[in-house]
Design a protein around this ligand. Structure first.
Ligand SMILES: *Cc1c(COP(=O)(O)O)cnc(C)c1O
Length: 430
């Protein structure tokens, strides 16, 4: 595959942008390759500067559930641009998107728009602290909640260990109020509540984890979190930045039938534009300025172009719920092809799937938390990844990310992908 233009751009970019990229995973470090520089994308396909075409299963890490450059979404964005791209004043579009979110997700009675998932999570934690007057939060190992200081902590083996920052530049003081427990560990969860229930402002969780690869909550795990948080007056925050409008139109909470106190959105709600949102119970969200004492603001919050993309994307999903069935069926086919190839070529593999999200883990262990995810053979993943890319299949360059199936993936794409999986597995060392 010719990647000369990408190679040159990458070398030059590295002089001016750290690592040549504006978000670390894009640098392809863990797979030891040059990342394709993207020129354009349409439907299920993405094209790089050297005119290589790939079937895309990254989908901008989740937002592109309708595929790239959906004509109706593009049309709305164009129209919005012609009316001016930012006013810093309230607009009708913000009300429309807020109402759409509230109608889709019953636990959300009021919502505030921001410009990224990180910002939404950070603000939701501040609101939970303002509401409860408590400082500590509980998060789970392997769940990603954006890169704000207090949430960049996942290390620490015991539940009662306070957080240790994952990043330089985060004072340990900033994460001393972050308690960490293992995902799906019922005992640890109960123990944290035994020791800290009255100090906890919030429990934040990805109701289906998507940032250590796809990891499903075990039966009763989310229910136990809900029960304990209710009992002790702790705000339960679902981070649905990936799962919102993806697992179902009502998100993971709609799928599982559990109502959190607050929910964070991102990715799909922006329809490919920079958007985040946090919402929840009216009494809690009413803590936000200018109604309440919790300050949060944004120059480009509720940006009209971003709102236009979000509204059209949600409208299409809402009015065509068969989309969810189609993307799940296609994800199921991929799941089956992974398992078939694993058997056929004797490659140990576990596949986790929730709707249109799936991960194929190169391990013999069932992946239920960060520890089991870390048992994966990342060397084998790298080789698999390289073969997939060579075959024109663009997946995330990391063992610990999801494959995102979109509505633009058609039978032909799935068949090509299955062939590529078989080819890649045939080249892996047993
Ligand atoms: C992507 C993501 C975020 C952060 O969103 P950004 O828009 O990248 O800041 C937060 N939480 C989860 C679960 C995510 O997947």
């Amino acid at each position: 595959m010719n990647m000369e233009k990408s190679r040159l751009l990458f070398e030059k970019s590295k002089n001016f942008i750290p690592g040549g990229v504006n978000s670390p995973v894009r640098a392809y470090k863990s797979v030891g390759m040059t990342p394709p520089f993207i020129k354009s994308a349409k439907g299920s396909r993405i094209i790089d500067m050297d005119e290589n075409e790939y079937i895309d299963y990254v989908g901008s890490w989740g937002p592109m559930i309708l595929g790239h450059a959906h004509p109706e979404v593009v049309e709305e964005i164009k129209k919005a641009c012609e009316d001016g791209t930012s006013y810093g004043a309230p607009t009708h579009k913000e009300l429309i998107l807020a109402e759409m979110i509230i109608n889709a997700v019953p636990s959300v009675e009021m919502v505030r728009m921001v410009s990224s998932g990180t910002e939404a999570v950070m603000s939701s934690v501040r609101v939970a602290r303002g509401f409860t007057g408590r400082d500590k939060i509980l998060k789970f190992e392997g769940c990603y909640h954006g890169h704000s200081d207090g949430l960049l902590a996942k290390a620490g083996s015991g539940a009662l260990t306070t957080g240790v920052p994952d990043s330089a530049g985060v004072p340990s003081d900033y994460v001393k109020n972050t308690i960490i427990a293992e995902y799906n560990n019922f005992d640890e969860l109960e123990n944290v509540f035994k020791s800290h229930a009255n100090e906890l402002a919030a429990v934040i969780v990805e109701p289906v984890a998507g940032n250590m690869g796809v990891v499903l909550p075990e039966k009763g795990f989310l229910e136990l979190i809900r029960e304990l948080t209710l009992k002790h007056g702790v705000v339960l925050i679902f981070d649905e930045v990936i799962t919102g409008f993806r697992v179902s139109y009502g998100g993971a909470q709609g799928h599982f039938g559990i109502a959190p106190d607050m929910t964070v959105f991102g990715k799909i709600v922006g329809g490919g534009m920079p958007v985040g949102a946090y919402g929840g119970r009216k009494d809690i969200i009413s803590m936000v300025s200018p109604v309440g004492p919790v300050y949060q603001a944004g120059t480009l919050s509720g940006n009209p172009v971003a709102m236009a993309a979000g509204i059209k994307t949600l409208e299409i999903l809402r009015d065509n719920q068969c989309i969810y069935k189609k993307i799940e069926e296609n994800a199921k086919e991929l799941e089956k092809s992974f398992l078939d190839a694993s058997r056929k070529f004797g490659i140990p593999l576990k596949v986790n799937r929730m709707g249109s999200l799936l991960s194929a883990f190169f391990t013999v262990e069932n992946v239920v938390d960060l520890r089991t995810a870390m048992t994966c053979d990342v060397g084998r993943f790298r080789s698999y990844f390289q073969n997939m890319l060579q075959s024109g299949i663009y997946i995330a360059p990391s063992q610990f990310e999801a494959i995102f199936v979109s509505n633009a993936h058609e039978k032909e794409d799935i068949t090509k992908t299955i062939n590529a999986v078989n080819y890649a597995f045939s080249r892996l060392q047993q």
